[in-house]
Design a protein around this ligand. Sequence first.
Ligand code: CUA
Length: 235
Amino acid sequence: MRVTRHSVRLAAIAVFVALLATPVAAQSVNRAAIDELNTQLLYVALPLTLFVELILVYAIYRFRDNDDPKPTADDPALEITWTTATAVILVFVGVSGYFVLTNPFLTPAAAASSGETGESLEIEVDAYQWGWEFTYPEGDFTTKNRLVIPENTNVTLVMSSSDVIHSLYVPGLGIKQDIFPGQPQVARTRATVPGEYDLYCAELCGSGHSRMGGTVVVMNQTAYDEWVATQSSPQ
Ligand code: CUA
């Protein structure tokens, strides 16, 4: 009876962990890379956490009434083992992180150096105190605090600031990039799910910082083309 209850509890924990670790379909290639790394590290961290906690609980229980504690004896084999195990885990974390950091969508400089830039829709972003202006390549029009992009298209944001340091932050699409005055910055993405995503300024830039937000609208290609046509037509 006890065994049954025990296994039910274990199964419940396993389902809970699986739910935690299963990411919702990612909204962009950036987001996908970041979510995948999170999941990967979670699978490593969870068993380790459980292992450490179990040893802790065991030690508390086992030595609860120890009136005559002895100093720990040297155990070189054990020490080498835990040092090696820790090193292996740290290398794994480092290598996993490196591959995500050098993803050409997360670090556009990595894309440039590998020559892997490809075709891309280039949108100019001007950050200022306190708002965003987007200039589109298809015509001579701009939008304010509302960035519209087509889905499944490589998008390059060429960003500059007219005053102080700002930071373009779109958590839903996994984009975050500081923008320094006089030093254009590039951010890239390919959004995969149409919808609206919140955009924030993530660098304290003055009294209007908290209001320096906006929306990123991801449309399918047809809707985007129609939207561009309405924007370009003379008023
Ligand atoms: Cu711009 Cu904070």
